[in-house]
Design a protein around this ligand. Structure first.
Ligand code: PLP
Length: 460
């Protein structure tokens, strides 16, 4: 069979867009471990989660068996505003690297929020609206998730309350203003608005906050305000489910041209884009139909997969959230202050953690100066200014393509380009000025954090 030359950009038509999300848990022999109540050590069921999360989203969170979950028509219509996202053949990068490898990337930065996070934001806001809620609360670090959620809430007429990590609130005023443009109320975290915020401020006056701490505040705000629920932009099973749209579109586009990837690469913060990108491919792998090399890329300064423990841990610093079994650096772990490359979360999606633990995927960590080198090289040939997070995947895609050059292998590499970096120019500036440094935590530092992992009643 011969195919026409593969276009620079493979788009799907509206008719070809996926009508259902794919739930990879249905094909996992070992299911991800359940969320536990930190007080009792019992698995959390629907009723336990109801005060915090939206009902339909809890059902999705707990559903380990339904393979396909229909995407409601309203969400599919919203997706049409910015999807399908292009699958780009990186001809220019291949040329520049002089590699026989064939490189593709799925670009999720084609919407105002600038990342893949909108895929789950609209789904979560939709189910909140359906339930008749007034609004949702959340945390945001760099601001992509808060922006995505603000856009989704504005579209559906929901209130949106965002606790933004204080250091980002101060350093990224433009992100903050984008969120306010879409009607969100943005509070720097830790704040005096919540009990947990007051407590953290009392114990650590002058702290610039962390994602884990902002999560604690947002959860408290949802639990104490009638008509509000908490939503989270990564880590959870439901978020991976919504993000499966990325992988389903990627697979449909590749199938159109008979392309089968050898290696699939994605950056991993909480694991949502990677989980979504690999879902349908992982499904084939789990069912024994095909094999792929799947690589998660994380920062050397926040190496949850490569140096973390597979254990039950809190999802937040304030220890108010349920316990999740995941690769974790400990909920008190905060990456070194010089780390500018994003992906700073201490834990990892329980789904990906289980798959990694069972040997279905690999993980590598990379230093941020190497990440920004790759980002710049990519921007200069492919045009897109990548987010630092996404550039972790670019780094490893380039490394794998260079290996192909050395061995002469014509491998097909697909990576996730999760977003654009327009709001990350301070980090780029540091890189250009030669002021960016790498910091790799020592074993002793990690051990200190592991020592504080919770003892789970009934498990030890
Ligand atoms: C949030 C974000 C990530 C990391 O989150 P995951 O849940 O691991 O996907 C990666 N890239 C961009 C652009 C992001 O905004």
């Amino acid at each position: 069979m011969t195919f026409e030359k593969i276009p620079y950009k493979i788009y799907l038509s509206e008719q070809e867009m996926p009508k259902a999300w794919y739930n990879v848990r249905a094909d996992m022999k070992t299911k991800p471990a359940p969320l536990l109540n930190p007080g009792t050590g019992e698995a959390m069921g629907f009723e336990d989660l109801r005060p915090v999360f939206c009902n339909e989203l809890i059902c999705q969170e707990l559903d380990n068996d339904t393979r396909e979950i229909p995407i409601p028509a309203e969400i599919r219509d919203f997706y049409k505003m910015y999807r399908p996202s292009p699958l780009v053949r990186a001809y220019c990068l291949e040329e520049k690297l002089q590699t026989p490898a064939k490189i593709y990337y799925k670009f999720e930065g084609n919407n105002t929020s600038g990342s893949h996070k909108l895929n789950s934001a609209i789904a979560q806001a939709y189910y909140a609206k359906q339930q008749g809620l007034k609004g949702v609360t959340t945390e945001t670090g760099a601001g992509q998730w808060g922006t995505a959620l603000s856009m989704a809430c504005a579209y559906l007429g929901l209130d949106c309350k965002v606790y933004m990590v204080k250091v980002s609130y101060e350093q990224k005023p433009f992100r903050r203003e984008v969120m306010r443009t879409y009607g969100a109320a943005v509070t720097p975290s830790p704040s005096m608005e919540t009990e947990i915020g007051k407590k953290i401020l009392q114990e650590h006056p002058g702290t610039t906050g962390s994602l884990g701490c902002a999560i604690s505040e947002a959860v408290e705000a949802a639990a104490t305000n009638p008509g509000y629920r908490y939503v989270l932009g990564s880590v959870l099973n439901q978020v991976l489910l919504h993000q499966s749209i990325i992988g389903l579109e990627t697979k449909a586009a590749l199938d159109k041209y008979g392309v089968v990837p050898d290696i699939i690469i994605g950056c991993a913060g909480g694991g949502s884009n990677l989980g979504g990108l690999i879902s349908p491919f992982m499904g084939e792998k789990l069912r024994g139909e095909k094999d792929y090399r799947i690589i998660a890329v994380e920062p050397a300064s926040c190496p949850s997969f490569t140096r973390g423990r597979f254990a039950y841990d809190f999802c937040d610093t304030g220890m108010v959230c349920p316990l999740a079994k995941m690769y974790t650096l400990g909920s008190g772990f905060i990456p070194s202050a010089n780390h500018a490359g994003g992906l700073r979360y201490h834990g990892m999606s329980p789904v990906l953690s289980q798959l990694y633990h069972d040997g279905y995927m690999e993980a590598v960590s990379v230093e941020q100066t190497k990440v920004f080198e790759a980002a710049e090289a990519f921007a200069r040939v492919e045009g897109i200014l990548p987010a630092p997070e996404s550039s972790h995947a670019i780094r490893v895609a380039i490394d794998e393509a260079i290996k192909c050059k050395e061995t002469g292998e014509e491998k097909t590499i697909v990576f996730g380009l999760t977003g654009t970096g327009y709001f990350d120019m301070v980090a780029y500036e540091k890189f250009h000025n030669g002021e960016m440094t790498d910091y790799i935590p020592t074993d002793a530092e990690l051990q200190q954090s592991f020592d504080k992992l919770p003892q789970v009643p009934g498990l030890d």
